[in-house]
Write a protein that binds this ligand. Structure first.
Ligand code: ATP
Ligand code: FE
Ligand code: MG
Length: 342
């Protein structure tokens, strides 16, 4: 089957067309993203009203583009899918309404997809199947550890009690005077720094739960800044690399340790990483090393599938479609849509 997918949960408008075949990898025929990062940068974060207006502006041209790139027409599309949550209500509404309208007009099924399920499944697009594993989703709004039995069978093991990992990167970057989004900026700046220069806390490592906490780390960076630079609170440029490298390493140490512990606890031999923070090359390197040492197979998503995109939504829809399932056109969007219960 051929599926058209729309992602508009936050500040990226994305449309993709995928072809699936039973038991085989999915082919991404086309995948386009209109990023609004530049638009929101001056505000230091996403402005919901601006975001939804821009989704409306970009969606139709993007749909036409992917149809052209994929070399298919509307008649070839077997099902339409869109992200139905979690995310910004006004943003979700644009994509979901458009997908429903196209599905209704074409008389094809509609599939509502959880954005986090899209992230979760993104490392498996090239595989086409989803083996049992422990998943770590590290994105701008979520830090989730899950035990995955197979598609649609998710058990939550742990989550963050305060900031998400990506959110911590973004907030610390802002404190350091680096532009939004902070993750890539911190990674770049950390290249020339020493990860041991500052002894930042590794929160909840000894805790028996699989939960995370990153706000203490954020506060520790802030205290270091105001201690050393009481007059301005902003670091001297020569301190930035050490600060970034030490902060980044503290986040990574906690993520690696807890995820491997969760895999051991769940009795899984495979670990999968997804979400924007999983683009971080130091994080990938440290996970790779730890997994090799402990004998786990590590799967990561292709770089283009880590941050928000529609191909991951289309892949989740393909798996759902293969089970013969679809969503009613009355399916609501849900800004707080949960992925799994404990
Ligand atoms: P959610 O999926 O939870 O709603 P989101 O879709 O905004 O959030 P993603 O698009 O998956 O999140 O990822 C964006 C986040 O990833 C941002 O917080 C960004 O700073 C972070 N990020 C991107 N690249 C890197 C990197 N190289 N290192 C660390 N963090 C990164
Ligand atoms: Fe996301
Ligand atoms: Mg984003």
């Amino acid at each position: 089957p051929i599926i058209l997918a729309i992602e508009s949960s936050c500040d990226e408008t994305a449309v993709a067309i995928l072809r699936g075949r039973p038991g085989g990898p999915a082919a991404i025929l086309a995948s386009e993203i209109a990023s609004q990062i530049e638009l929101h940068r001056v505000y230091g974060g996403v402005v919901p009203e601006l975001a939804s207006r821009n989704h409306s502006l970009h969606l139709r041209p993007l749909v036409e583009q992917v149809l052209e790139h994929a070399g298919v027409t509307v008649e070839d599309i077997d099902a339409y899918s869109a992200t139905s949550g979690p995310g910004l209500a006004s943003s979700l509404l644009v994509g979901a309404t458009a997908a429903k309208a196209m599905a209704a007009a074409a008389g094809r099924p509609f599939l509502a997809i959880n954005h986090l399920e899209g992230h979760l499944l993104s490392p498996f697009v090239g595989l086409g199947e989803v083996p049992p594993h422990v998943a770590l989703i590290v994105s701008g709004g979520h830090t989730l550890l899950l035990d995955v039995e197979g598609p649609g069978r998710y058990r939550k093991l742990g989550t963050t009690r305060d900031d998400a990992a990506g959110e911590a990167f973004d907030k610390v970057a802002k404190m350091l005077g680096l532009p939004y989004p902070g993750g890539p900026e911190i990674e770049k700046t950390a290249m020339g720094g020493r990860p041991t220069a500052f002894d930042f806390p590794r929160s909840m490592l000894k805790d028996r739960s699989f939960d995370f906490s990153f706000s203490g780390l954020k506060t520790a960076v802030l205290y270091t800044l105001t201690d050393r630079h009481p007059e301005s609170g902003t670091p001297r440029p020569e301190d930035l690399p050490d600060l970034c490298a030490s902060f980044q390493q503290a986040v990574i140490d906690v993520l690696v340790t807890k995820t491997l512990k969760a895999a051991r606890h769940a009795g899984r031999g495979t670990i999968a990483l997804s979400g924007g923070v999983s683009l971080n090359s130091t994080l990938r390197r440290d996970f790779q090393r730890a997994c090799e040492q402990a004998g786990y197979r590590l799967l990561t998503a292709d770089p283009g599938l880590c941050t928000d995109n529609a191909a991951m939504i289309g892949f989740a829809a393909l798996l759902r479609h293969a089970e013969g399932r679809s969503s009613p056109l009355s399916e609501p969007i849900d800004p707080n849509l949960p992925l799994a219960r404990p």
